[in-house]
Each structure stands twice: as C-alpha cells, then as structure tokens.
Design a binder for this molecule. Structure first.
Ligand SMILES: Nc1ncnc2c1ncn2[C@@H]1O[C@H](COP(=O)(O)OP(=O)(O)O)[C@@H](O)[C@H]1O
Ligand SMILES: N[C@@H](CCOP(=O)(O)O)C(=O)O
Length: 327
C-alpha cells in the first residue's frame, strides 16, 4: 500500500472545506502504487482520488501534470480531471505535502494482460501522443540518460546485496548508454513515461482510461513505446511475448506510424527504458522508509528484461517487419 503520509479524518474534512465537494462520508488509503500517497474519498458528491505528492515529484512540476490531464481530457483522452477548489486552484497543500484531488475513473487495471489489452494500450498510447501535440507547457524528462547515473550512485554500494555482480553489470550498461549512442533526433512530444498495467483501466476488453501522469514529460515518442514493450509484453516468467508485442505495435502504428528511424532505435530505447525502471526500483528496494505502507517492486524483473534487450539486434525481434509493416 502506498501511503507514506497519513491524513487524519478531521484534517481531511477541514481540507475539503476548500472545495465544493460536499461532505466527507469515508476515505481510505489505496493499496496500490509506489510513488505517492493516494486516498479514495467518498463525499456526498461522489468518489474522488486525493494524491499527496512524495519524494520523486518536484512541486514545480505539478502544474505540468495537472494541466496535462486537463489538456488530454479536452482532447479526447479518458483520464482523470483535476478538481479545482473554490478559489479556482487545483494544486494545494495537505499534511505538509503538495496535494490535489482528481476525478475517479471507472475500470480496473488488468492483472494478467492479454494481447487484446496490449492492442488497447498501443492504440491508447498513440492517441495520447497525438492529443498532447498542442500542450504548451514543457517538462524535461528527469529520468532520461543523465538521470540514471545519480540513481546508480544512490544504490551502487548495496547493489550486489540484491544480486551478486549487479553493480558491475549496471556500471557497464550505463557506460555504454552514456557513450553517445542514445538517440537525439527522433520525434518528440508529451509522453506518459510510466504506462504500466496498473496505470491503464479497462472495462471488459476496452480501455476505459489512463491514470498517473506523475512521470509525464517531453521526450521521444518511441521511448514511451519502449517503456510499454517492457511493461506489457513480457510474461511472469520474464519471457518476451512477441504476440503481445506485435498486437501492441500494430495497434500503435495504426494511429501513429513509427518512422524507420524510430523502429531501428527500439532495441536501444528498450534497454534505456529497462535500466531506468531497474534503477528506480533498486533505489526504492534498498530504501523503504520506516513505517511506510508500501510494497517495493522487484528490480530484478528489469534486470532480466534488460538482458533480453541486450540480445536483440533489430526491431524484427519485437514482431515488426523490416518494411515497417507489422506481421
Ligand atoms: N483517477 C483514479 N480513478 C480511480 N482509481 C485511481 C485513480 N487514480 C489512482 N487510482 C488508484 O490508485 C492506485 C495508485 O495510483 P497511482 O497514480 O498509480 O499511484 P502513484 O501516485 O503512487 O504512482 C491506482 O492503481 C488505482 O487503483
Ligand atoms: N511503474 C513503476 C513504479 C511507479 O509507478 P506506480 O504507478 O506503481 O506508482 C515500476 O513498476 O517500477
């Protein structure tokens, strides 16, 4: 359960007086997520999500996240809407943390994603990429190549406690990714940057909404594609599922076609996407705050994914045909 900061009932009731959300009927900490503290609120006016933004979220970035949700919702993406308080502002403070209330989205995230889910995510991701086109605010990706070395530094001394040899493995991979091979001229725009299965809701087989924009930023669209390949197209035994990948890439390509350069860069981007989540998970694994209600995620899942991508020589291994058509 991700609740790093607890909120007392009387404190919350007082906080809610700043809004036009009626009376607080009940609330509970949400048993999912690892980044922020989230609460489900039931008020006399409906259900809402309260988020207290924690360690990895810079307060200055919050207008980007909240503005982006509003922009995307206005451009046809099903995502939560920030709720404005009576003074017109959505961003506030509670328990010493930046806080915001967003609308509740119906649906459930798929525990065992199938190829149909993967196709839904491909289409949804591409639609999100197009919908973000005119969003005027910019946010650099703090967790791209230059952000990985500091994460490594925070975990290096104890990395071998998690797996012998992990420190040397990560050091070598970072050296390679920092050596100038990271793409710089691929199409860019607003990316979600964390579109894992617990951030995509479905009603039946149909995607009903996308949540959790706290890593969203401006970066390469194909990097977002690579993040999703990692998050959606591997099995619990860590084997790559080319059928899911093909379904995902095919559906993405029907809405926004990947260029040849983007396709060619996918194996490299997937390595970067893997080390990024390996490193944040490793740091979190080694630094669970005392008293926090959180279940850290397994860093070694991403070690295995990274090893897989190191063995990939072309995007054909992900189910893409050389012509750019998908089999
Ligand atoms: N707008 C929403 N509607 C419904 N449930 C939500 C919404 N936002 C978050 N949740 C629930 O809270 C969980 C954690 O939210 P998430 O944003 O992923 O956490 P974190 O802020 O730690 O990244 C989600 O898996 C989901 O169950
Ligand atoms: N998706 C990340 C963790 C952060 O996302 P959250 O949505 O679970 O808070 C990972 O799997 O490492």
């Amino acid at each position: 359960m991700a609740v790093y900061t607890d909120v007392a009932a009387d404190e919350l009731a007082e906080f809610l007086q700043q809004y036009d959300l009626g009376e607080l009927l009940s609330y509970k900490g949400i048993a999912e997520g690892v980044e922020n503290s989230n609460f489900l609120l039931h008020t006399s006016k409906g259900s809402f999500i309260l988020t207290l933004y924690e360690k990895r979220v810079a307060k200055n970035d919050l207008p980007f996240f909240l503005g982006l949700m509003t922009h995307l919702a206005e451009h046809g993406v099903s995502c939560p809407l920030p709720v404005k308080a009576k003074d017109g502002e959505a961003l506030r403070e509670l328990s010493g943390r930046p806080a915001a209330i967003i609308t509740f989205l119906e649906g459930i995230w798929p525990r065992k994603p199938n190829a149909t889910h993967c196709a839904g995510v491909g289409e949804g991701l591409a639609r999100m990429h197009l919908a973000g086109a005119n969003f005027a605010v910019r946010r650099a990706n703090a967790l791209s190549v230059s952000g990985w070395r500091p994460l490594f530094g925070a975990a290096a001394n104890r990395a071998d406690e998690v797996q012998p040899g992990l420190r040397a493995f990560l050091a070598a991979e970072l050296d390679d990714l920092e050596s100038g091979i990271w793409p710089t001229h691929l199409p860019e725009g607003v990316i979600h940057a964390d579109l894992f299965n617990d951030n995509v809701f479905f009603l039946g087989d149909k995607l009903s909404g996308i949540i959790d924009f706290t890593f969203a930023c401006n970066d390469m669209f194909a990097y977002d594609v690579a993040i999703c390949l990692n998050a959606w197209c591997f099995e619990p035994d860590h084997s790559f599922n080319v059928t899911k990948a093909r379904a995902f890439l095919n559906a993405y390509g029907r809405v926004r076609k990947l260029s040849e350069a983007e396709e060619a860069a996918l194996p490299l981007l997937a390595r970067g996407a893997a080390i990024r989540f390996l490193l944040t998970r490793l740091v979190d694994w080694l630094n669970v705050p005392p008293g926090a209600l959180v279940k850290p995620k397994d860093p070694l899942e991403y070690f295995r994914k990274l090893r897989f991508h190191q063995s990939v020589s072309s995007a054909r291994d992900y189910g893409l045909m050389p012509s750019g058509l998908v089999a």
